[in-house]
Design a protein around this ligand. Structure first.
Ligand SMILES: Nc1nc2c(c(=O)[nH]1)N[C@H]1C(S)=C(S)[C@@H](COP(=O)(O)OP(=O)(O)OC[C@H]3O[C@@H](n4cnc5c(=O)[nH]c(N)nc54)[C@H](O)[C@@H]3O)O[C@H]1N2
Ligand SMILES: Nc1nc2c(c(=O)[nH]1)N[C@H]1C(S)=C(S)[C@@H](COP(=O)(O)OP(=O)(O)OC[C@H]3O[C@@H](n4cnc5c(=O)[nH]c(N)nc54)[C@H](O)[C@@H]3O)O[C@H]1N2
Ligand code: SF4
Ligand SMILES: [Mo]
Length: 757
């Protein structure tokens, strides 16, 4: 990155939920290059290698530049015109619908899609196809934290405060996040926390680069965070560290939650988690001695078949100690994908309508149907969750349109999912490259990438941001919105699917108005102001220029401006210790100025929670085992996750040379004791075998992992595919699969397969 005099377009990285600000400018040899955009508060110019190298994929030879259609004669994918390709998709979908009914058509989306695309995809499913069968990869990501947040606070927004609050809190417990590798520029906030005298506790079965930064590292067995959180709460009570006044004033349900925690004795918790009682006491002391504190979770505790209860237990710890809904204190989830937050708010989730409304709520249906100009009765009900949808392919669901995901690599029990995809009558995939999933498609639609299109994304703080088009797309590719328009048109609904992102956003504003995630006060013009630091939702329109189709019907699920989070939104409640801080445009608006634009809501819950009575709800939870525990045949625990230089299924980052040489392939991380027992040495290929399949990858022997656990990153297809092994056991509430724990056997891959009997 270097200073430049050429015009710079301010925009955001295409990858993770931090949504780092960057500038794009013409590169001397053609194409674009990244320049620093220091004024954007989240990353202040810093980028990780993925963001820095993101332009490489724009001009990459791996890029798809023409539609591909599977030839009926040869069975191979061959170039086709857009007309042919779109006709074929529309034909595949309408034939399926005619023969088997609308629910035989499925739609699968992604948390990387912009708000406009996610909104249009949900509308496409419900209006153009009339199917209930839509879900997206965000189900694999933060759905457990979202469900727990809804249950406790009445609202789910990844972080209820800006990242800039982190360095000023007293103690952070970071549970199952390796943000030094997954959101590197955010590590600064933890470093500053410690420089300011705050403490950091990291909970991770591995001593990661993040755990290395901690004052205290707890390394529980995978799948036991629920017991750990309950054990800490037990000690908080036993040591008289609860905040009784806060519990009385701001919460409900304490007695039951307290009783549940008291059943989890520290010694018992030590046996379940492997974390010694003195370390539990240290954690309680550090957390309670600090005057304020935060618990932040990521995929470690969430991607479990009890992820919702686990996050609930960590929230209970916050509530019992008065660490929520107060300045510089709270529970937050570090959402993962570029638009992981916005992607779950506007209707690609099986049970959701735009504005974070519930599909089962009659008032929500009426409102959104009004905006869409359709009969509320015509909207289908909730559909299946992501894994259940993939599992139903070839069964009830015969045709699938997939946009923004690569489940052949990223879904649990991936070999089975791959088989289901192959068994479809018809599969269409829109992607920028020929992903492993696109390879199976009947039609592949080549789409534009982030720098070639405009759209909004909502980062992990709930900050709505504008990504701007900086370069023109290569001839032959079209935007996802064009794809949806083209298909809807062929299905007789072209009018409802504009191709201009801003036009879609204007409709999204209206559809979200009055919902929990209210974007109605946000416009492209407003997002482009100043340093483009964005607007935090909820941000209702203080001067609605359109009638609410259902003004008189209260919506108990979706707190409206008066009852819910937006009542915290006023400048007064944002006048916490950081009302001086950046990132809250318009925060100095005069009190009661009726027509002043709403400032947005950087900090939620300071006055009240978004529940009906304004109180946060304790949920009584008890520990339970993982869906699969080790036994004689599968004696080792497998957990999975990420490495710095690869992103997700790797479809994008495996095609960037610099990243690929930094992280060229899969590996199995195992402890020297386990390696010695197996006779495995560094770099030797080892086979990891679960009840679902087998994967082979080189050993990486390290004392940084528990000796009862092995770790594999999931970024690669083929022999080293971690998801050949993972367990699709689902959380009963969030329907999140158990990516973070299953039972495996580990063997030397060279040499004789051990005889079993
Ligand atoms: N480099 C890179 N960055 C990314 C991504 C990427 O693919 N690559 N993806 C983005 C997305 S979508 C997401 S969701 C985020 C994910 O970000 P993270 O949640 O930070 O990523 P993971 O590596 O999946 O998991 C974090 C940690 O959980 C630990 N863990 C495993 N099992 C358990 C357990 O049972 N309990 C606890 N407490 N910890 C456990 C793992 O050892 C790992 O270090 O990253 C985002 N950023
Ligand atoms: N074992 C294991 N498995 C996991 C996880 C884990 O921790 N362990 N984590 C899970 C999590 S948190 C997540 S988020 C999922 C993610 O896994 P995936 O859903 O597979 O995510 P990506 O690899 O980002 O896939 C996005 C695809 O869409 C394409 N794409 C990118 N942008 C666009 C766009 O604008 N439009 C269109 N049409 N296509 C686009 C990309 O090229 C890529 O092929 O993986 C899950 N799988
Ligand atoms: S941390 Fe995330 S948003 Fe920032 S540059 Fe890296 S991948 Fe992009
Ligand atoms: Mo994710």
């Amino acid at each position: 990155m270097h200073p430049t005099s050429a015009p710079v377009t301010p925009t955001h990285c295409p990858y993770c939920a931090l949504q780092c600000g960057m500038g794009l400018t013409a590169a001397p040899g053609g194409g674009v290059e990244v320049v620093e955009r220091g004024g954007f508060p989240v990353n202040k110019g810093a980028l990780c290698g993925k963001g820095r190298t993101a332009p490489a994929l724009l001009s990459s030879g791996a890029r798809l530049t023409e539609p591909l259609v599977r030839s009926r004669a040869t069975g191979k994918l061959a170039p086709a015109t857009w007309e042919e390709a779109l006709d074929r998709v529309a034909d595949g979908l309408s034939r399926t619908r005619a023969e088997y009914g609308a629910d035989a058509c499925g739609v699968f989306g992604g948390g990387g899609l912009t708000n406009e695309k996610a909104y249009a995809l949900g509308k496409f499913a419900r209006v153009a196809l009339g199917t209930s069968q839509i879900d997206y990869n965000g189900r694999f990501c933060m759905s457990s934290a979202a469900a727990a947040g809804q249950r406790a606070f009445g609202l789910d927004r990844g972080l209820p405060f800006p990242l800039e609050d982190i360095p000023r809190t007293g103690c952070v417990i970071l549970v199952g996040s390796n943000l030094a590798e997954t959101m590197p520029p955010a590590l600064r906030y933890l470093t500053e926390l410690r420089e300011n005298g705050g403490t950091l506790i990291v909970v991770d079965p591995r001593r990661t680069r993040t755990a290395e930064q901690a004052d205290l590292h707890l390394a529980p067995r995978p799948g036991t965070d629920l017991a750990l959180a309950l054990g800490l709460l037990h000690l908080v009570v036993a040591e008289g560290r609860t905040d009784e006044a806060y519990i009385e004033e701001r919460t409900s349900g304490w007695e039951e939650a307290r009783a549940a925690a008291m059943a989890h004795w520290p010694e018992h918790v030590e046996r379940i988690t492997g974390v010694p009682v003195p370390r539990l006491r240290d954690a309680v002391r550090l957390f309670c001695d600090a005057g304020s504190g935060m618990v932040l979770t990521a995929r470690g505790p969430e991607q479990q078949s009890k992820g919702t209860d686990t996050v609930g237990a960590w929230i209970n710890l916050c509530l019992a100690t008065g660490r929520a809904g107060r300045p510089l204190s709270g529970y937050g989830c570090l959402t993962g994908q570029g638009n992981g937050q916005g992607g779950r708010e506007h209707g690609q989730k099986a049970d959701q309508l735009p504005g974070y409304r519930k599909l089962t709520d009659p008032a929500a249906r009426a409102h959104v149907a009004g905006v869409w100009g359709v009969d509320p009765e015509s909207l289908p009900g909730p559909g299946r969750s992501a894994y259940e949808l993939l599992d139903a392919l070839g069964g009830d669901v015969k045709a699938l349109l997939l946009m923004g995901s690569n489940p052949v690599v990223s879904a649990p029990r991936a070999a089975h999912v791959e088989g289901r995809l192959r068994s479809l009558d018809f599969l269409a995939v829109a992607d920028v490259v020929l992903s492993e999933t696109a390879e199976l498609a009947d039609v592949v639609l080549p789409v534009t990438q982030w720098a070639e299109e405009t759209g909004t994304v909502t980062n992990l703080e709930g900050r709505v941001l504008l990504r701007r088009r900086a370069v023109s797309a290569p001839p032959g590719v079209r935007g996802d919105l064009d794809v949806l328009h083209g298909l809807a048109d062929r299905l007789g609904h072209g009018k409802g699917f504009p191709t201009e992102p801003e036009e879609v956003f204007e409709e999204l504003r209206r559809a979200s108005a009055g919902g929990a995630a209210d974007y109605s006060g946000i416009s492209y013009a407003r997002l482009a102001e100043g340093e483009g630091e964005g607007v935090f939702w909820p941000c209702p329109d203080t001067e609605p220029s359109y009638p609410d189709p259902e003004p008189s019907r209260p919506n108990p699920e979706a707190p409206g401006p008066a009852a819910g989070p937006s009542s915290d939104a006023g400048p007064s409640s944002d006048a916490g210790p950081s009302s001086d801080a950046g990132g809250s445009p318009g925060a100095d608006v005069a009190d009661g100025a009726e027509t002043a634009p709403h400032p947005g809501t950087p900090r939620l819950f300071l006055d009240r929670f978004a529940t009906e009575d304004g109180r946060a709800r304790f949920v009584p939870v008890a520990h339970r085992a993982a869906a699969e525990e080790p036994d004689a045949e599968y004696p080792v625990l497998l957990t999975t996750g990420r490495v710095l230089a690869q992103y997700q299924s790797g479809a994008q980052t495996r095609r960037v040379d610099e990243l690929n040489s930094a992280a060229p392939g899969p590996f199995v991380e195992l402890h020297p004791r386990l390696a010695a027992r197996l006779g495995v040495v560094e770099d030797e290929p080892v086979a990891v075998i679960s009840r679902r399949g087998r994967a082979v990858a080189p050993a990486r022997v390290t004392a940084d992992i528990r000796s009862d656990t092995v770790f594999m990153p999931f970024h690669w297809p083929g022999e080293g595919r971690a998801n050949s092994l993972t367990n699709p056991a689902l959380d009963p509430v969030s329907r999140m699969p158990e990516f973070k724990v299953c039972a495996v056997r580990v063997e030397r891959a060279r040499g004789v397969e051990r005889a079993r009997g």
